[in-house]
Design a protein around this ligand. Sequence first.
Ligand code: NAD
Length: 488
Amino acid sequence: MNSNTKTPATYQHYINGSLHGSDAASDYIDVLDPCTEEVIARVPRGRQKEADIAIDAAAAAQHNWSLLPSVERAKYLKAMANVIRENRIMLAETLAREQAKVKGLAQVEIDVTAEYYDYYAGFARAYEGEIIQSDRPGEQIFLHKLPIGVVVGICPWNFPFFVMARKVAPSLLTGNTIVVKVSEEAPLTCLEFTRLLGKVNLPGGVLNVVCGYGNEIGEALTNNKQVGIISLTGSVDSGHKVMAAAAKNITKVSLELGGKAPAIVCRDADMDVAVKAIVASRVIYSGQVCNCAERVYVEEAVYDEFLEKLTTAMKAVKVGNASADSDIDMSAQINQKQLDKISGMVERAKEAGAKLILGGKKSTAFGKGYFYEPTILADVKQDAEIMQKEVFGPVLPVMKVKDFDEALRFANDSEYGLTSSVYTKDINKMLRATKELKFGEVYFNRENFEAIQGFHAGWRKSGIGGADGKHGLEEYLQTKTVYIQQTA
Ligand code: NAD
């Protein structure tokens, strides 16, 4: 996408190896630049019909795809990585513009996505079944690891290109075919990628990418009987709906949902490290990251010092237009709805007794766009909405705690269980937090950002199953046990 384009570009679904538009010229969704509110593109609003033809194409392609040796399938993943690298600047510019992601971070997302396809290609010769002992003479028992079939991957807007790869790479490597539904809020980078797939020469139907609203094409995909697994990354609310739809056909689900990551600052912490990492965790992509610090518990001995340093650091955060400005730390929120949600939560936090230290309002500094000021709320209560529900914006509520025990108790007092972080030099506190924090990830003395060889999995309402590394591959495999009795 050319960032200077005046006429909005029109995109299409990618189904069975070719591009498909909507039937009616009016059946398109406008995509806005969140910094300027300008319409920058139109994408098709798919419904039942597009869901059905995409799933049919994936189902028809699956058998032959699964018969290919995995090293052959891996070659296509490597080709996808190469196409991404060859177009890395254009893809990053598209990403920065469609979702107000600062250029540096947009480039990181594109480059890590290429690495992700390469990383999973590397598993081609590495994933294995097992031969197990039999109780009977002359019998052998094999555990085969086989593809599930057709995958539906439903993606959010906050890391659209990376999350799509998180579903596509392990699915295809293991012999599944996939239909991806990109987010209606930030579909353009994924759809640009489909325009480049000619160079990859994937067999038709192996990868299909469709666009539209969750309650239209999203629901149609999740209700389809031919689907073997639905992999959703999104909000807890969508998780409920997808699980309910999957229950009808007993379809497997893999859910990566919202978070409310606690950060615990201990009295022995290196305060500068803690402040830098917590600000980085909150400001990155304007606070719209499922992993990132959403609430801070500080031991009372260092509460005042931490708050003072945090305020200085948050005041220094530079805000600007993601695709036009360089040297900025954050930009606009994704849309008006998200901006209003953040604003409402901060207002209710103040009414519930929180003390506003910094920010606390929508920013009008740029004339247009969905900007919210970097915000600190102090003296917040544990049962306040702002400590219990995901904000998904540049807002840090901070609470004083008596000691480490109280911090652990409050951190675990949440319906979410995605990530958590602790700032301490004390090995005993690290060991206790490792054991006692009920979260899928714990970070010590660093910002919350996962490695592709790790395992990203939410506990409690933050999800079911997980992604990345060798365990992420397992998500897209099913096991068949074969008993072979020797007869002579
Ligand atoms: P969302 O739940 O609104 O939408 C996610 C996707 O689900 C979209 O493509 C949407 O169209 C689709 N959808 C919505 N309703 C559906 C339905 N009934 N059936 C099928 N599909 C449906 O989430 P979002 O606003 O795009 O993303 C932000 C949320 O995602 C946050 O809560 C964030 O924490 C979470 N998230 C989690 C992770 C993780 O790894 N755990 C990563 C990124 C984002």
